[in-house]
Design a protein around this ligand. Sequence first.
Ligand SMILES: Cc1ncc(COP(=O)(O)O)c(C=O)c1O
Length: 395
Amino acid sequence: MGKHVPARYGGDPIREEVLGYGGQSIGDGEKQRVLDVLNGDYITRGPTVDEFENRVADFLNVEHAVATTSGTTALHLAGEAAGFGPGDEVITTPLTFVSTAHTATYAGAEPVFADIDPHRRALDPDAVRKQITDDTAGLVPMHYAGHPADIEGLLEVADEHDLTVLWDACHGFGGTWRGEPLGSQRDLAAFSFHPVKNITTGEGGMVVTDDDEIAERARQLRSFDMDYDPPGHEDEPWYQIVEGVGYNYNVTDIQAALGLEQLDRLEEFKQRRDEIIARYDEAFAEISGIRTPPDPVESDPMYHLYAVEIRDGFGCDRSEFVNAMHDENIGVQVHYVPLHYHPLFQEEYGYERGDFSDAERVYEGLASLPLFPGMNDRDVSDVVHTVDRLYSYHS
Ligand SMILES: Cc1ncc(COP(=O)(O)O)c(C=O)c1O
């Protein structure tokens, strides 16, 4: 019997319908909660947003949670509330989504990249040390795929140089590090509730912190930088004052209703993600050309992505792999084109290809396979078989 011929080389695709790499899982509970809000008095920010914030703060064991319209706007509010501003440098990873760097740019600060630790695929504390100057104000590490960055090492650097640490925890909601919820570490963190993330509110995000001032600042900036109850105007209930350039990043009760039900289902989602990951890990252990995601370090992550690295032994390179998977109707994504490859960071800040060798080497192999709780066993088998067949074909 000859080798199975993948669709890219003339065979039939394994699936007729496309399997995405990620996506939401919405049940009757979510629909009912949203309907209840629609039947009530508030559809913009109201009591359901308060309830959602309180639930998230309790779950993460932090003092404050400030809901906002996306992970991007959470990072924006967090960066400004943390006090980043013109003249500051903020060190972050190049292997991330652009919004991580915008934590600095939106605040008028300069994003400075440092190379990654290739195991965790996140900021390397030693590389960070090399980028520190008198202008460094903070760090924005990102927990890639939900795997914690080197939290202890990065906090050590922050202590040495008195830096604020703002975690981009957009990938990691629901995970723990040394038994603590990811995102609860000092000084503050931002989450995303985009549909491909661990829980969703459609679009949405959250700033979390134990710091009262940072939380208060984030809340006021979220809503026009307006003080709705200014001192000295007790007899003028309509009197609001604008203290600076704020935003309308108010999230709606409709979204918060969705989020509350998703929180109730978090354990179910984590369990299903873990089952799929275990199946992938086992299936790919024997394939020499695939580096499966790193084993967790002192943590129980809730993985947002299953990002493998396609290496020489596989028989084809990453681009060929991704295109071949797409031809089988299996969604595969690459997280991420390193930020220093983009015109924005080259033209504005002088970065170029070759600046961060570890991030670049990891990027060359990266491919995120489908991972979301709505995948059934057949979907998972399709991914496993397709990877196996591609490997057999090329080897
Ligand atoms: C690491 C990281 N940070 C920030 C964001 C921005 O989140 P959002 O899409 O909710 O604005 C994303 C989303 O893709 C992300 O992956």
